[in-house]
Design a protein around this ligand. Structure first.
Ligand code: GTP
Ligand code: MG
Length: 198
């Protein structure tokens, strides 16, 4: 799919305030610093569309980007970032679960996992939460450029083996790098296919 336009529409703390039209939304979630905002920039080939930072906790709202005047990419805050204090954590949790569970336009949630790390409890618990609520999701491994090429596949297989312990059917997954643009075409084709058939 060719991206002909990518426009920042707005940031909202609550899902009820998000755009009222019925366009499909593809949202990015995962731990703080996993590379959600960077991946949105890589997909759209716009360096500064979504704000990124080396410090975790950059994205603090639900951010909508209108793509090709047809569908939205949505950048969400990270979860599992304890340094913010309990109150702030609770606020973010409510923002994320409100969006994920109530937003009817949400067509697929991409759950980002840093390919370099062994499966983390907070991610597995989040996937469990999505499964128990029937939220459609796919897994996106990020930062593949940071692993030696020979280590990428074993890391992914190890992760999927862990998921197999809980899941009968495994979700679709993508291996990406915002730096090298690995996985970009695959992700965009996946979105295009859903848009066509929906
Ligand atoms: P929060 O909004 O804070 O939750 O973080 P985020 O998940 O949006 O992460 P962000 O895109 O801001 O990236 C965090 C850091 O990781 C930045 O320093 C990015 O440059 C870096 N980064 C993101 N994706 C990649 C990647 O694919 N490869 C490499 N090498 N670095 C990446
Ligand atoms: Mg971000």
């Amino acid at each position: 799919m060719k991206i002909t336009s990518a426009t920042y529409i707005g940031s909202h703390p609550r899902h009820e305030q998000c755009p009222k039209d019925n366009r499909h939304e593809y949202a990015f979630i995962g731990r703080s610093n996993v590379g959600k905002s960077s991946l949105i920039n890589a997909l759209t080939e716009r360096r500064k569309l979504a704000l990124t930072s080396a410090t975790p906790g950059k994205t603090m709202c639900i951010n909508h980007f209108l793509i090709n005047e047809q569908w939205y990419l949505v950048d969400l805050p990270g979860y599992g970032y304890a340094q913010r204090g309990k109150k702030e954590m609770e606020k973010l949790k409510a923002m994320i679960s409100g969006y994920v569970l109530e937003r009817e336009q949400l067509t697929c949630l991409f759950v980002l996992i840093d390919i370099r790390h062994a499966p983390q409890k907070v991610d597995l618990a989040f996937l469990h939460f999505l499964g128990s609520h029937g939220v459609p999701f796919a897994i996106v491994f990020t930062k593949a450029d940071k692993l030696a090429a020979s280590k990428v596949k074993p890391a992914v297989e190890k992760y999927m083996d862990t998921l197999r312990e809980e899941w009968e059917e495994l979700p679709p997954y993508f291996i990406t790098s915002a730096t090298s643009k690995m996985g970009r075409e695959e992700l965009l084709s996946y979105i295009e296919d859903i848009n066509k058939n929906a």
